[in-house]
Write a protein that binds this ligand. Structure first.
Ligand SMILES: *[C@@H]1O[C@H](CO)[C@@H](O)[C@H](O)[C@H]1NC(C)=O
Ligand SMILES: *[C@@H]1O[C@H](CO)[C@@H](O)[C@H](O)[C@H]1NC(C)=O
Ligand SMILES: *[C@@H]1O[C@H](CO)[C@@H](O)[C@H](O)[C@H]1NC(C)=O
Ligand SMILES: *[C@@H]1O[C@H](CO)[C@@H](O)[C@H](O)[C@H]1NC(C)=O
Ligand SMILES: *[C@@H]1O[C@H](CO)[C@@H](O)[C@H](O)[C@H]1NC(C)=O
Length: 181
């Protein structure tokens, strides 16, 4: 009795560790189940560019809170392209907002949905997290998805591809999904 029960215990522990190893393997950062590189273009409304603006500052924070737009909220409906070119045919839209959340330097927080509506991809990915602007690359969470991205989760690595004053910036989005269905 004693012997066979400890035999089963060892078998159980061995099997459990196999499952844990198998599961941890699935989450290796270098092995996403799907990877997409896309570009995000943001043209901020500046009163005279209403035809081309894709985002708008909708807040009016007190100016005494420093020089880094602290409290400013920008809502966007931005075109997403496969290459760095702003005028390339969009393959999706990024709809959501970012806000500036530090008094001592430029720092932002993003929450948006990538909306795909084409024969290639049809569905959404929901993204949120800190955009620590001074970092060369920033990782945001992909918290879920719908349609072709049903229940997907992962990480998007953002890097700034281009900046033109306050009016325009482009982000490279390296989208890595670790859960695909
Ligand atoms: C607004 O943006 C447009 C297009 O980039 C530019 O031509 C114009 O000078 C800008 N206006 C102001 C007030 O900054
Ligand atoms: C929109 O962009 C186009 C192409 O860059 C430019 O010709 C046009 O003047 C812009 N319109 C506005 C209102 O900024
Ligand atoms: C944002 O909009 C408010 C209200 O129109 C304005 O007072 C403020 O200067 C704007 N901030 C920036 C950085 O454009
Ligand atoms: C998605 O694409 C279809 C087919 O091109 C179009 O009829 C539909 O209006 C689009 N939906 C959205 C939300 O853009
Ligand atoms: C995307 O999926 C929705 C919902 O299933 C459908 O109504 C729409 O026509 C699809 N769009 C395309 C471009 O296939």
């Amino acid at each position: 009795m004693e012997k066979s029960s400890s035999y089963f215990k060892i078998l159980f522990i061995t099997l459990t560790s196999f499952f844990l190893i198998a599961n941890s393997k699935r989450l290796k950062p270098e092995e996403p189940c799907k990877r997409l590189v896309l570009y995000y273009h943001d043209i901020l409304f500046n009163v005279t560019n209403s035809a081309n603006a894709t985002s708008a500052n909708i807040s009016n924070p007190p100016s005494v809170l420093g020089d880094y737009n602290f409290g400013m909220l920008v809502v966007f409906d931005d075109p997403i392209t496969k290459d760095r070119n702003l005028v390339s045919t969009p393959v999706a839209r990024a709809q959501g907002f970012y806000l500036y959340d530090m008094k001592s330097k430029y720092n932002a927080w993003f929450a948006y949905t990538l909306v795909f509506n084409s024969s290639e991809y049809n569905g959404t990915l929901n993204i949120m997290g800190a955009d620590i602007i001074e970092e060369k690359t920033r990782d945001l969470s992909i918290v879920g998805g719908t349609g072709d991205f049903f229940m997907s989760r992962g990480v998007v690595t953002l890097s700034t591809d281009a900046v033109e004053g306050l009016g325009y910036f482009c982000l490279k989005m390296d989208i890595k999904l670790y859960e695909c269905y």
